[in-house]
Design a protein around this ligand. Structure first.
Ligand code: NAD
Length: 472
C-alpha cells in the first residue's frame, strides 16, 4: 500500500502516539536506560512477562491461532526466554568497550569500539509468532540501552492485549510505549522520527517501511518473508527427511517465515518421499488431522480463502496428500501438491500455510539453478548425506541462512545471526548480533600529545613522502 493511500488515525490517537514517543525519548535523553542495572532489570521484567504470563499467553495464542500448547510454549515462550537469558548472561561483556589493534601509522595511540545505544527504536511485529517476534527484538533493543515503541500485530488481537497488559506491568513504562492498532497506527508511527526501525513482516510492507524510514534517514532492520526452498539430494536419507520436513512445514500450520515453502526432488526419490511424508503425517497427526491437538489453525478467514484459492488455481498440480478444509474451524489439513506449474500462485507467492508443493528436477545442478533464478530466500534447506553436495549448495546459492538435514531449527541458537538477504530482508539479530543491531558501534581513537612528529604536516618534502609511503 502506498503511503498516501494508507488509512489514518484520529487526531486524538495521533496526540496519544506522539506523547508516548516523546516520553520514551525524554526517558532515553535522561540517561536512565544506559546503565547495566536498568538493562538487566528490563530483561528480568521480560522474563517475568513470559513466566508469570505463561498461562494467559498460551490461552491467547490458542484463541488467535489455535496454537497447540507444547508448540506455543516452545516457540513463543521458551525460545524468547532462552534468548533473554543468553543476552542477560553476556550483556556486560558486550557492553564493554572493545580494544582495536592500531597500525604503525596510528602509533602512539589507542583504538576502541564503544557500543552506545541508538535512542528510541520502533519495533513492528507480525501475527504468526506474536510473542516471540515482539519480545526478542525488544530484548535486544533494551539490552543495547534503548527506549522502544512497540506495534504488535492487530491480526493476533488476544495476544496483543495480554502482551500489552503484561509488558506494562513488568517494564519501565516511561521507556517502553505500546501502540496497538492496524495499518493506520503503523502508518502514523512510521511518519515519526525514530533512531532505528525493526520490522518483521511481508516483503511488500517492508518496502513501505523502508520508504518511510528514508524520510528521516532512519536505519532499518527488515525481517521479511519469501519462498524458502528445500532441495532433496539423491544422497538424502528419505525416512528422516520426510519426518523433519513434515514437522517443520506443518508447525504453526505452515505460518512460519522460515518454513520450507517448496521442495525440489529428483524423480528417483519423489515417490519414496511422498510415501514417507504420508506416513509421517498420519503418525504425527492421526488419520483425522482436524482432530489432532498438535495442529494450529489459520489466522483468519481471509488467509484461509487465500490458501484454498491456491489449490483451485489453474495449474496448481495434483493434491497428493490432504487438501481438506473446514472453514468454520479455520482448518486446513497438511497438504502436499505434486508438480504445480511454475507460474501458478502456489509457486510465485509465499505460501505461508500448510501446503507443500513438490517440484521434480533432473539433478542437484537443476535444483541450484532453480533457486538462483528466483529472489534470494530467507532460508534454504538441503537434505543430503553427501558432504560434497552440501558444500556445493552452500557455495553456489545465496540465502539468509542454510540448514542441512533439518529445517527451521537454524533460527534457535542465539549465536547464529538471523535475518534475510535481498528481498528476504536486511540486518541481523539474535544474541550478540541483535545487541549490535541496536547499538552504534562507535569507533574511538585516542592519541597522546607528548609526541607530535611533523611528518604529516605540510610543507612536504622527499623524505616525508618516502616515510608516509612506508607507514601507510
Ligand atoms: P505484514 O507485513 O502484513 O504485517 C506486519 C506488521 O506490519 C503488522 O504489525 C501490521 O500491522 C503492519 N502493517 C501491515 N501493513 C502495513 C502498511 N501498509 N504500512 C505499515 N504497516 C503495516 O505481515 P504479517 O502478515 O503480519 O506476517 C506475515 C509475513 O511476515 C510473511 O511474509 C512472513 O514471511 C513474514 N515474517 C517474517 C519473519 C522473519 O523473521 N523474517 C518472521 C515472521 C513473519
Amino acid at each position: 500500500m502506498a503511503l498516501t493511500d494508507a488509512p489514518t488515525v484520529t487526531t486524538d490517537q495521533l496526540t496519544e502516539l506522539q506523547a508516548g514517543i516523546a516520553t520514551a525519548r525524554a526517558t532515553f535523553d535522561s540517561g536512565r536506560t544506559r546503565p547495566l542495572a536498568w538493562r538487566k532489570a528490563q530483561l528480568d521484567g521480560l522474563l517475568r512477562v513470559l513466566k508469570e504470563g505463561e498461562a494467559e499467553l498460551s490461552a491467547a495464542l490458542a484463541t488467535d491461532l489455535g496454537k497447540p500448547t507444547t508448540e506455543g510454549w516452545a516457540a513463543d515462550i521458551g525460545t524468547p526466554a532462552s534468548e533473554i537469558r543468553h543476552i542477560r548472561k553476556h550483556l556486560a561483556k558486550w557492553m564493554a568497550p572493545r580494544k582495536a589493534k592500531l597500525p604503525m601509522s596510528a602509533q602512539p595511540g589507542k583504538g576502541t569500539i564503544v557500543p552506545e545505544p541508538l535512542g528510541v527504536a520502533l519495533i513492528i511485529a507480525p501475527w504468526n509468532y506474536p510473542v516471540q517476534l515482539l519480545i526478542e527484538p525488544l530484548a535486544a533493543a533494551l539490552a543495547a540501552g534503548n527506549a522502544a515503541v512497540l506495534k504488535p500485530s492487530e491480526l493476533a488481537p488476544a495476544t496483543a492485549e495480554v502482551l500489552t497488559t503484561l509488558l506494562r506491568r513488568h517494564l519501565d513504562n516511561e521507556a517502553i510505549f505500546i501502540a496497538n492498532g492496524g495499518v493506520d497506527v503503523s502508518t502514523a508511527l512510521l511518519a515519526e522520527k525514530f533512531d532505528h526501525i525493526f520490522f518483521t513482516g511481508s516483503t511488500s510492507v517492508g518496502r513501505v517501511v523502508m520508504k518511510a524510514a528514508a524520510e528521516h534517514l532512519t536505519p532499518v532492520t527488515l525481517e521479511l518473508g519469501g519462498k524458502s526452498p528445500t532441495i532433496i539430494d539423491s544422497s538424502a536419507r528419505i525416512d528422516v527427511t520426510a519426518k523433519r520436513l513434515v514437522w517443520s512445514k506443518f508447525l504453526n500450520a505452515g505460518q512460519t517465515c522460515v518454513a520450507p515453502d517448496y521442495v525440489l526432488v529428483t524423480a528417483q526419490n519423489r515417490d519414496a518421499l511422498l510415501d514417507q511424508m504420508a506416513e509421517a503425517i498420519s503418525t504425527f497427526y492421526g488419520d483425522d488431522p482436524a482432530a489432532s491437538p498438535d495442529l494450529a489453525r489459520i489466522v483468519n478467514r481471509r488467509h484461509l480463502d487465500r490458501l484454498a484459492g491456491y489449490l483451485q488455481a489453474p495449474g496448481a498440480g495434483t493434491v497428493a496428500i490432504g487438501g481438506q478444509i473446514d472453514a468454520a474451524d479455520r482448518f486446513m489439513a497438511p497438504t502436499v501438491v505434486l508438480d504445480p506449474e511454475l507460474d501458478t500462485p502456489l509457486m510465485t507467492d509465499e505460501i505461508f500455510g500448510p501446503i507443500l508443493p513438490i517440484v521434480t528436477v533432473a539433478d542437484l545442478d537443476e535444483a541450484i539453478a532453480f533457486v538462483n533464478a528466483r529472489p534470494k530466500p530467507l532460508a534454504l534447506y538441503l537434505f543430503a548425506e553427501d558432504d560434497a553436495a552440501a558444500d556445493q549448495v552452500i557455495a553456489s546459492t545465496s540465502s539468509g541462512s542454510v540448514c542441512v538435514n533439518h529445517a527451521v531449527v537454524q533460527i534457535l541458537p542465539a549465536e547464529l545471526p538471523f535475518g534475510g538477504v535481498g528481498e528476504s530482508g536486511m540486518g541481523r539479530y539474535h544474541g550478540k548480533s541483535g545487541f549490535e543491531t541496536f547499538s552504534n558501534m562507535k569507533s574511538v581513537m585516542q592519541r597522546p600529545t607528548k609526541l607530535d612528529p611533523p611528518v604529516a604536516y605540510p610543507p612536504t618534502n622527499a623524505f616525508k613522502d618516502r616515510l608516509i609511503r612506508k607507514l601507510l
